[in-house]
Design a protein around this ligand. Sequence first.
Ligand code: ZN
Ligand code: MN
Length: 139
Amino acid sequence: MERESHLKRAARRMTKQKKTILEILRSTTSHPTADWIYAEARKVLPDISLGTVYRNLHVLKEDGEIMELNYGSTYSRYDGNPQNHYHFVCVNCGAVRDVDMPVLPELEKRAEEVGAGEVFYHRLEFYGLCPHCRKEKRM
Ligand code: ZN
Ligand code: MN
C-alpha cells in the first residue's frame, strides 16, 4: 500500500509536469528547443530537471500530442501542433515558422505514381530568408 501511494504520487507529479510542458508548447508558435522549454517550465515548476523535460517531450511525441522537428541540425525543435503542416526555416537566423497553406495530398499520389512505394505521409520544409532577415539584408 505504501508503495502504491508512492507510485501514484509519482504518476501525478509526472502528469503535472507533462501538462505544464504541453501548455508551454501550445502557447508559442516559435517551435522552441528543449532548453527553452526547460527555462519556461522552471518558472512554473522550479524543481523540474532538464532530463524530466526531455523524458516528457519523448512521451508527448509518442502519444501524438506534439511533433519533433529535426532538420539535420544539432538540436531538435518541438511543435505543439501534431497535425501535419509545412514549415519555413530561415537559413540566416534559424527561425522556424508555420507556412499558412494546406497540406497537398496530391504530392503523395504523385510520389506513388513514379514508383516511390506506398506513401503514408509527407513532410515539407521551405528554406530561405525570413522577413526580418530579408529586411536586414536590404539595409
Ligand atoms: Zn531569419
Ligand atoms: Mn509548426
